[in-house]
Design a protein around this ligand. Structure first.
Ligand code: BV8
Length: 238
């Protein structure tokens, strides 16, 4: 059953993206690396406890990924979502679990980076969040309070509260179309968003395989994001 935009007059669209939308830009997904990094489980590195125990290991994990951003570019899927946002007559919100900057670099405006951003650092001393494009080192000091050695990645780790949940749930409860792209549906609360939309909303998943919550979607489109997303956007805008 396809989505018929004629039935809805300028409905609200909510889009959730995961690592799969950035895969074809060359950024490894969590599952590709088998959820491992330097022989550590990501869940064991991306936690406040890991940061407390071994800050150098955690900073190295993020410094490496931050540096990688300079070597990759947005792909056709990121660009198709920009076209949808620019031409869709109703409200559209893009929620991303990704901490890369590819949606922003493609030109998306209405983005909620619910798990934080690689290109921002947070000061443990004064709480300031600032743009940070180079490595975070022990000597790095906060641009607001000047304190050295107090910076952490502005990333939501496992066990930490995702960002802008109120704004997210308000958008989900009012949407007519929920599209999940390139996410394995393994991490909550994002994996549960499909259950938070109105019963009559259309829900659609785009993925190479069926995700862990694939059965919760009314429609699934199997394939690569750079093919399936432009195709869907073409249908929605026709
Ligand atoms: C929370 C930032 C409370 C870090 C990330 C014990 C204590 C506390 C919490 C928990 C606990 N046990 C479980 C939990 C909940 C936990 C959780 O879900 N754990 C999992 C492991 C079971 N969640 C949390 O801790 C969250 N916080 O619960 O707070 C709370 C919550 C709500 C309300 C009140 C209180 C915080 C989770 C955030 C963790 N941080 N990211 C970083 O990036 O380093 S999560 C990180 O992993 C990503 O951001 C992403 O969300 C997740 C990986 O998922 P995906 O993006 O889906 O990527 P993945 O590789 O898995 O899949 C890629 C998919 O793409 C695949 O399906 C593949 O088929 C597809 N694909 C690949 N190529 C393509 C493609 N599709 C299309 N085209 C392609 N070319």
């Amino acid at each position: 059953m396809g989505y018929d935009p004629v039935k809805f007059s300028a409905p609200a669209i909510v889009i959730l993206t995961g690592a799969g939308i950035s895969a074809e830009s060359g950024l490894a997904t969590f599952r590709d690396s088998g959820g491992l990094w330097e022989k550590h489980r990501v869940e064991d590195v991306a936690t406040p406890e890991a940061f407390g125990r071994n800050p150098e290991l955690v900073q190295r994990f993020y410094n490496k990924r931050r540096r990688r951003l300079g070597e990759v570019s947005p792909n056709a899927a990121h660009r198709a979502l920009v076209e949808l946002e620019n031409r869709w007559p109703g409200p559209l919100l893009l929620i991303t679990q990704n901490v890369d900057d590819l949606h922003a670099r493609a030109g998306s405006q209405n983005i909620v980076p619910m798990h934080g951003e690689l290109l921002k650092a947070r000061c443990l001393a004064c709480g300031a969040v600032s743009t940070w494009e180079e490595d975070i080192l022990p000597a790095s000091h906060c641009r607001r309070c000047g304190q050295p050695g107090q910076l952490r990645p502005h990333i939501v780790w496992f066990g930490e509260m995702p960002l802008e949940l109120d704004r997210i749930y308000t958008a989900l409860e009012g949407c007519s179309l929920f599209i999940a792209i390139g996410t394995s549906g393994t991490v909550y609360p994002a994996a549960g968003f499909v259950e938070a939309v109105p019963r009559q909303a259309h829900t659609l998943e785009i993925n190479l395989e069926i995700s862990d919550v694939g059965s919760c979607f009314k429609e699934r489109r199997q394939g690569a994001a750079t093919e399936r997303v432009p195709e869907l956007v073409g249908e929605l805008l026709k």
